[in-house]
Design a protein around this ligand. Structure first.
Ligand SMILES: [Fe+2]
Ligand SMILES: [Fe+2]
Length: 153
C-alpha cells in the first residue's frame, strides 16, 4: 500500500492550503495505520476534513474567478464521491477495499497537490490582500455593483 507521508515537496507557499494539506496527511496516515475496528471512524474523519478542504479551495476559485476552476472543482467532486463510497464500504466491513482506496488517495493527493493545487496556490499568492482563508476570517471585497460586501471564508 502507498502510505501517505508529509514532504516539503508538497509545500505550496500559501499558508492556508499548506495547513489544510498537513492536516489531511495526518488524518489519512491515521486511517492507513488504523486497526480494523477503527478504520470506519478514521475514514469518516478523512471524509469530513476533505469536505472542508475541497470546499475552501472551491470557494477561493469561485471568489477570485480562477480560470481553471471548472476542472479543479469537478475533480474535487469526483474524489469526494469516491471517498463517501469508501465510508459506506468501511461501515459494511469491506475493509480491504477501503485500505486500497486509502493507498490510491495518497497517490492522487500528491499528484493533485503538485499540479492543480500548485496552480491555485500561485494564483492565490497573487491575489490582492484581503483574500483571507483563516477559519472565521473575513475580507471586505468590492462587488460588481460597487457595493462593499463582507465575505466570510
Ligand atoms: Fe488541496
Ligand atoms: Fe484541490
Amino acid at each position: 500500500m502507498n502510505t501517505v507521508e508529509w514532504s516539503d515537496a508538497l509545500l505550496l507557499d500559501f499558508e492556508p492550503m499548506d495547513t489544510v494539506h498537513r492536516e489531511f496527511v495526518d488524518l489519512l496516515a491515521l486511517a492507513q495505520t488504523a486497526p480494523d475496528d477503527a478504520l470506519a471512524t478514521t475514514w469518516r474523519a478523512v471524509v469530513a476534513h476533505t469536505v472542508r478542504h475541497f470546499g475552501s479551495e472551491d470557494d477561493w476559485m469561485r471568489k477570485t474567478r480562477f480560470a481553471s476552476a471548472e476542472n479543479h472543482i469537478l475533480q474535487h467532486r469526483v474524489v469526494l464521491n469516491v471517498l463517501r463510497e469508501g465510508l459506506v464500504m468501511a461501515e459494511a466491513g469491506r475493509l480491504a477495499e477501503v485500505r486500497d482506496m486509502a493507498g490510491e488517495l495518497a497517490v492522487w493527493f500528491a499528484k493533485h497537490t503538485q499540479s492543480l493545487d500548485a496552480a491555485l496556490a500561485l494564483h492565490m499568492r497573487r491575489e490582492p490582500a484581503g483574500i483571507s482563508a483563516g477559519a472565521g476570517g473575513g475580507a471586505t471585497r468590492q462587488t460588481a455593483g460597487g457595493h462593499t460586501a463582507q465575505a466570510r471564508y
